[in-house]
Ligand binder design. Structure first.
Ligand code: ADP
Ligand code: MG
Length: 562
């Protein structure tokens, strides 16, 4: 097949431009990205071979290799992993599938200055393309395991790339960067120096469980026999090492490798369970919610390993859906390497593990909340909405979730916990009041709020769709009912107030005619017309029955297709 030239997809082209003219100061991370891809490719091949031992692929010496050539100014990262077919190269390397990236590019265009752009690059991983921060040309040669023909991809990072088939491609993938001219000012960024490469691998990729080897440099050996390649990383799984052996930075690099997020995580959670069902886990709470957290396709779940062997990504059986933002690794000692998703869903041990991990995440959030108000505020802003789903779906942990939940309130601009609300309740106030709606502004000015404002009674302002649901499921907090100010009859005068009761009876009689007439006029559209003490300024308002669906909830169910 002749060499074919293709155009990059528009988004991909924009991203490439950005890389070529990168202002991102930490260019070293390109190597982390290439090694990370190589490691994924080795994981995939081992797994595929495990599932199908007729697959024509060699798996006895899976590894990553880095070569530098000072003269030619090239750096090559090679793996003997799963590889890609001709079509896959075009699809995976020529386009950008990640939905977050489109958002990224939009934000980037809006970031006027270089500092803004640099911050954004740090937020979104750009994977393979990051090679163009240091290279003016990249070549990738790959052969998919089980196939006989390979593919060569080349690009200068401009509008196009080329594809051609190659006959003698070894198993796996090699990526060769032709490095930009050396920067005499900055020796640290000489990527043809083995010393520099060693440092970068140590810093960013030490935990990678496959050997990362570098051929000894020419002139290093004694000249006769080719010197042994050196393994640069320690390959120790971080989750299996004791806490004091591992630095925070190392944990963070593992987080970046598995989450494809370039930012630091908000929290690292370790849990090592011993006993009949042994497992080790290392979980991370990211510092930012991904853009697609609330979409149907959001890939949830952590990575599952069995005795250090990678088994699957996005293992949803390990954490409940409302903790889908948690990233990390769980390494179980006693599972079959062939375990399937279906089996995991039903496994008793896995369910126990899920319960334990859930409790651990929630107790960690509680700890953050007591120790560090700022970090807690970040957590709740990013993930509070997701966590509240747990109030509906996980009654066993409702209490733990409520303990770390906070809500906007009429009390002031800072969110409040339910405990704080209860402390501020007025004498004689038995219930916790809330109002739901689309935005704080729209509900704060709702006629339902008038009497509460006048009497100085605090009302929680709930604006997430899920709020409508959990308030009903949970029903009460510490014996205090959760009551909507917009539903049913609410009597703000203290009970047993005979004078007020008498007054109301008299009014009811006085207005009976009017109410009857209004009822007839409005007919089928409403249930009843009644006198209310809830309004002080507006003449009338529409309220739902205590058991009716509120409008926002109706919308939510409709959106969910029910
Ligand atoms: P990400 O790793 O976040 O998916 P990248 O830009 O780093 O994004 O890589 C894009 C895709 O290209 C990968 O998901 C993978 O399918 C494929 N790929 C990249 N490098 C390799 C490799 N060394 N071996 C096999 N596939 C690869
Ligand atoms: Mg990658």
């Amino acid at each position: 097949m002749p060499t074919e030239t293709f155009e990059f997809q528009v988004e991909a082209r924009q991203l490439l431009q950005l890389m070529i003219h990168s202002v991102y100061s930490n260019k070293d991370v390109f190597l982390r990205e290439l090694v990370s891809n190589a490691s994924d490719a080795l994981d995939k091949l081992r797994l595929e071979k495990l599932r199908d031992d007729t697959l024509d692929a060699e798996v006895t010496d899976l590894h990553i290799e880095i070569d530098v050539d000072k003269e030619a100014r090239t750096l090559t990262v090679r793996d003997n992993g799963i590889g890609m077919s001709y079509d896959e190269v075009g699809k995976l390397i020529g386009t950008i599938a990640n939905s977050g990236t489109a958002t990224f590019l939009k934000e980037l265009k809006e970031a006027q200055d270089e500092a803004g752009a640099e911050g954004l690059i740090g937020q979104f991983g750009v994977g393979f393309y990051s090679g163009f921060m240091v290279a003016d040309e990249m070549t990738l040669v790959t052969r998919r395991a089980g196939e006989s023909q390979g593919t060569r991809w080349t690009s200068r990072g401009e509008a196009t790339y080329t594809l051609e088939t190659v006959d003698d491609a070894p198993q796996g993938t090699s990526v060769t960067l032709h490095l930009k001219p050396a920067d005499p000012e900055n020796q640290l960024h000489d990527y043809t120096s083995p010393w520099t490469i060693k440092e970068i691998v140590k810093r960013y990729s030490d935990f990678i469980t496959w050997p990362i080897r570098m051929a000894a440099v020419a002139g290093d050996g004694d000249g006769d026999s080719a010197p042994e390649p050196e393994t640069l990383n320690s390959m120790k799984a971080l989750w299996a090492r004791s806490r004091d052996e591992v630095s925070d930075d190392e944990y963070h690099e593992l987080y970046k490798h598995i989450s494809h997020d370039w930012r630091e995580p908000l929290e690292t959670i370790r849990l090592q369970a011993e006993g009949t069902f042994e497992y080790q886990s290392l979980l991370f709470i990211p510092s930012h919610a991904p853009h697609d957290l609330f979409t149907r396709d959001f890939k949830r779940g952590v990575q599952l390993y069995v005795k250090r062997v990678f088994i699957m990504d996005d293992c949803e059986a390990l954490l409940p859906p409302y903790l889908r933002f948690v990233k990390g690794v769980v390494d179980a000692a006693d599972l079959s390497l062939n375990v399937s998703r279906e089996i995991l869903q039903q496994d008793r041990h896995i369910r126990m593990m899920q319960r334990r991990l859930t409790k651990k995440v929630l107790s960690t959030v509680k700890e953050i909340k007591t120790k560090d108000a700022d970090r807690y505020a970040t957590f709740w802003r990013e993930f509070g909405t997701a966590l509240k789903e747990g109030l509906v779906t996980d009654p066993d942990n409702s209490e733990a979730i409520l303990a770390v939940a906070s809500f906007a309130t009429t009390h002031d601009d800072e969110p409040t916990t339910l405990a704080q609300y209860v402390e501020r309740m007025k004498d004689g106030q038995d219930d916790i009041y809330y109002i739901t709606g689309e935005s704080r502004q729209s509900i704060e000015n709702s006629p339902h709020m008038e009497a509460f404002r006048d009497k100085g009674i605090e009302v929680l302002l709930l604006t997430d769709a899920v709020d409508e649901v959990w308030v009903d499921t949970v029903g009460e907090y510490e014996g205090k009912k959760l009551r909507s100010v917009a539903k049913g009859e609410i009597d703000l005068d203290t009970e047993g107030d005979d004078q007020a009761d008498g007054e109301r009876a008299k009014q009811a009689e006085e207005y009976a005619g009017l109410l009857g007439w209004m009822g007839e006029q409005l007919g089928e559209d409403i249930k009843e017309v009644r006198l209310s003490t809830r309004l002080t300024v507006s003449p009338a308002c529409v309220v739902s029955d205590a058991h009716d669906l509120t409008p926002a909830l109706e919308n939510m169910y409709r959106a969910m297709g029910q």
